[in-house]
Design a protein around this ligand. Sequence first.
Ligand code: MG
Length: 284
Amino acid sequence: MTYHTTMSRLRQLDSRFERIFGTLLGLGPLRLHRFGHDHDHDEPASDVEADVLAEVRERAGDVHERLSHEHDVFAVELAGSTGGGKTMLIERLIERADEGERIGVVVGDVTGEDDAERLRAHGVAVENINTGRECHLDPMVVAEALDGFDLEELDTLYIENVGNMVCPADFPLGANRRVLVVSTTEGDDVVRKHPMLVQTADVVVVNKVDLADAVGTSVERIRSDVGAVSPETPMLEIAAKTGQGIDGVVDVLDESRTEHHSHRTAPPHHGDDTESNHTGDSGH
Ligand code: MG
């Protein structure tokens, strides 16, 4: 990790720390400046980071509990770069939804309502989150957004994260599945450059495969990188604009939904309540 990356990540965690342990617990902003140049370098930043990330995982577990167990909502997060096609994939999934399936979408963007309006045009319930300077959603803002829905009236919730291939890796949101959308237009090194986010994904969807040749991207190289970085993670090829491959995404999500339902109705065993590796309530 470069110095710059380390510092910006720690600053981000610093502000997160203030919000979690300060504002949310009613203590007011703590104004911690642990990571400033003129402060004690003896203080192990990693402890703070560990505390913050543990808190984030706990909050993600709360979201999971609320959605999955209290209201039986199947939640799918979509992460990936700006322009990779997350919003369009959600639009395609909405178009292919079963008759009567009640869908909600939480949309995170740094600013604006562009994606929210696109999705509202499909007649689904949408809550927009503007994150300002933050490059990712976190389970606390998702929990606030959930207040805007009648969760008893939802079957499926899509959560579109802020367009970013780095920041969301450390911030589970409590969804049942995280779908990572990458695009051939990002180059065929996109997966090997962002292994951490890939490793948190349950499915990698490569979008714009119809443009691969035009932009000189090898989908096979992306596939072999996914295999190297995260061997268990399935990879699907789609072109959201034309609809190519969308049925495959529907099938994978339907399979997950079925697992989710049988899991809910199955007797508890070995105390593991986790749907996947990012729900945040499992401790791994
Ligand atoms: Mg979008």
